[in-house]
Ligand binder design. Structure first.
Ligand code: B1M
Length: 235
C-alpha cells in the first residue's frame, strides 16, 4: 500500500483522478497530500469554491458515511478533519478576498456540548467572502457565551451550529433565553448542522434553517436586504 502511494504523482493525475485521489487522501488523513492537491487544483484555475465543495466537502461526506457505519473511528476521523482544515486554510483567504463591502455582522458558534467546527468554519468563511463581518465563537458555547457576544458585538445575525442530535435542542435553550430577555426580535437567528431541518428550525423559533454554507450566505443576504429596505422605509 505504501509503495502504491509512493508511486502516485498528484500533479500527473487529471482533474477527475486528482479529485478522487483527494477523497482517498482525506479518508486516510494525509494532510500534506491534501495541501499539495489543493494547490495543484488552484494552479489549474479551479475556483476555490469548487475545490472546497467537490474535493474537500465531498471527501468528508464519504468519511461521515464510514464513521456512521463503524468502519472509521474517532482517531481516524480526527486525522481526516485535520487534513480538511489544512486544505480549508489555503482556501480561506481566496474565499474572503472578494473585497465586497460589509453587508452585515454575524456572531456564530457551535452549541454547548458539541465540538464539531468544520461546517461552522466553512459558513464563517463563505459569509466573510460575501462581505459579512463574522465573529466566530468557536465550539461548545453556553447561553452565556452567546449573550455576552451579542451584547458586545451587536450583530445583525446570530448563527448556531449543531452536529449531534443530542446538542441540537440546546439551540432552543439559547432562543428561549433571548425571548426571556425581550431581545429575540433584535436578531436574525439562523441555524444549521447535518441533523437539523426546516421543521426543527421552525419549532425552536429560529428565523431560518440553512442546509449548507451557500444557503447560509443567500439567506443572510436576503434578510439583510429586507432589513435595509425596512430601515429605508422608516420601519
Ligand atoms: Co462526529 N459525528 N462525533 N466527529 N462527525 C457526526 C456528526 C455523525 C453524524 C457521524 C455519524 O455517525 N455518521 C455523528 C452524530 C450522530 C447523531 O448525533 N445523530 C457523530 C458522532 C456520534 C460523534 C461523537 C459522539 C463520536 C464519539 O465520540 N463516539 C463525537 C462527539 C463529540 C462532541 O461533539 N461532543 C464526535 C467527534 C467527532 C470528531 C472530533 C472526530 C470530528 C470533528 C472534528 C471537528 O469538527 N473539528 C467528527 C467529524 C469530522 C464528524 C463527521 C464525520 C463530519 C462532520 C463535518 O465536518 N462535515 C460527521 C458526519 C457527517 O456529518 N456526515 C460526524 C463536513 C461539514 C462541511 O459539514 O458540518 O454538516 P457540516 O456543515 C455544513 C452544513 O451542515 C451547514 O453548512 C456546513 C457547510 O456546508 N452548517 C451550517 C453547519 N453549521 C451551520 C451553521 C449555520 C448554517 C449552516 O449557521 C447559520
Amino acid at each position: 500500500m505504501a509503495d502504491e502511494l509512493d508511486d502516485i504523482v498528484l500533479s500527473e493525475l487529471d482533474d477527475d483522478e486528482l479529485t478522487l485521489q483527494m477523497h482517498d487522501d482525506l479518508y486516510d488523513g494525509l494532510k500534506e497530500e491534501i495541501v499539495e492537491a489543493v494547490n495543484i487544483l488552484l494552479e489549474r484555475k479551479w475556483q476555490p469554491y469548487d475545490v472546497l465543495t467537490k474535493a474537500l466537502v465531498e471527501g468528508m461526506r464519504i468519511v461521515g458515511i464510514d464513521f456512521r457505519d463503524g468502519i472509521l473511528f474517532v482517531p481516524e476521523v480526527l486525522l481526516a478533519a485535520n487534513a480538511m482544515k489544512a486544505g480549508m486554510a489555503i482556501l480561506k483567504p481566496l474565499l474572503i478576498e472578494s473585497g465586497a463591502p460589509r453587508v452585515g455582522t454575524m456572531v456564530i458558534g457551535t452549541v454547548k456540548g458539541d465540538i464539531h467546527d468544520i461546517g461552522k468554519n466553512l459558513v464563517s468563511m463563505m459569509m466573510e467572502g460575501a462581505g459579512f463581518e463574522v465573529i466566530n465563537l468557536g465550539i461548545n458555547n453556553s447561553v452565556e457565551n452567546y449573550l455576552e457576544a451579542i451584547a458586545t458585538e451587536k450583530p445583525d445575525i446570530l448563527g448556531m451550529s449543531a452536529l449531534l442530535t443530542t446538542t441540537m435542542p440546546y439551540m432552543k435553550v439559547v432562543i428561549d433565553a433571548l425571548k426571556a430577555k425581550g431581545i429575540r426580535d433584535d436578531y436574525i437567528v439562523m441555524v444549521g448542522g447535518a441533523p437539523l431541518n426546516e421543521e426543527f428550525a421552525r419549532a425552536i423559533g429560529a428565523d431560518a434553517y440553512c442546509r449548507d454554507a451557500a444557503v447560509a450566505v443567500e439567506t443572510a443576504t436576503e434578510f439583510m436586504n429586507r432589513k435595509h429596505n425596512l430601515l429605508a422605509a422608516g420601519g
